[in-house]
Design a protein. Structure first.
Length: 123
C-alpha cells in the first residue's frame, strides 16, 4: 500500500517541526551566555576573509559592558549587551547580535541571522 500524498506531507511537516524545535533548544540561554562571556577573552578568525585573527576582551557585567579588541593589528573598543538570549556588540559603526551553541568548554559556535559563523574560542 502506497502512502497518500497527504500523509507524506503531514509526516514531512512533523519532521521539520520536530527537528527545528530540537535545534532551537541547543542555543545557549541568556543565563548561560552571561555565565560564559563577560570577563573573558575570546579569539577567532574573521568571517570576512577567513584568515584575519581577532581577539576581544570583555568586561564583567550583568547585562552590558565594554569590550576591547584587536583584529589583524587594528585595535578598537566598543560595548556589549545582552538582548534576550542574544549577545550583541557595537564597535564603531558595526552592530551585531549572535546566538551560540556550546561546542565544548572552551568553544562556542556563533550564529548571526540564523547562519553559523567561525568558531569563538575562550582563552
Amino acid at each position: 500500500m502506497k502512502p497518500s500524498l497527504h500523509m507524506m506531507w503531514i509526516a514531512g511537516a512533523f519532521f521539520v517541526t520536530v527537528s527545528g524545535a530540537a535545534q532551537a533548544q541547543d542555543f545557549m540561554t541568556q543565563k548561560e551566555i552571561l555565565a560564559t562571556i563577560p570577563g573573558s577573552t575570546i579569539y577567532g578568525i574573521s568571517n570576512q576573509d577567513n584568515q584575519t585573527q581577532w581577539a576581544q576582551a570583555y568586561s564583567k557585567g550583568r547585562k552590558k559592558g565594554k569590550l576591547a579588541g584587536n583584529s589583524g593589528g587594528n585595535k578598537y573598543e566598543g560595548k556589549w549587551y545582552v538582548d534576550g538570549d542574544m549577545w550583541c556588540e557595537e564597535t564603531g559603526d558595526w552592530v551585531g547580535c549572535f546566538q551560540f551553541v556550546r561546542i565544548s568548554e572552551k568553544e562556542l559556535q556563533p550564529y548571526k541571522d540564523g547562519q553559523p559563523r567561525n568558531i569563538w574560542k575562550i582563552q
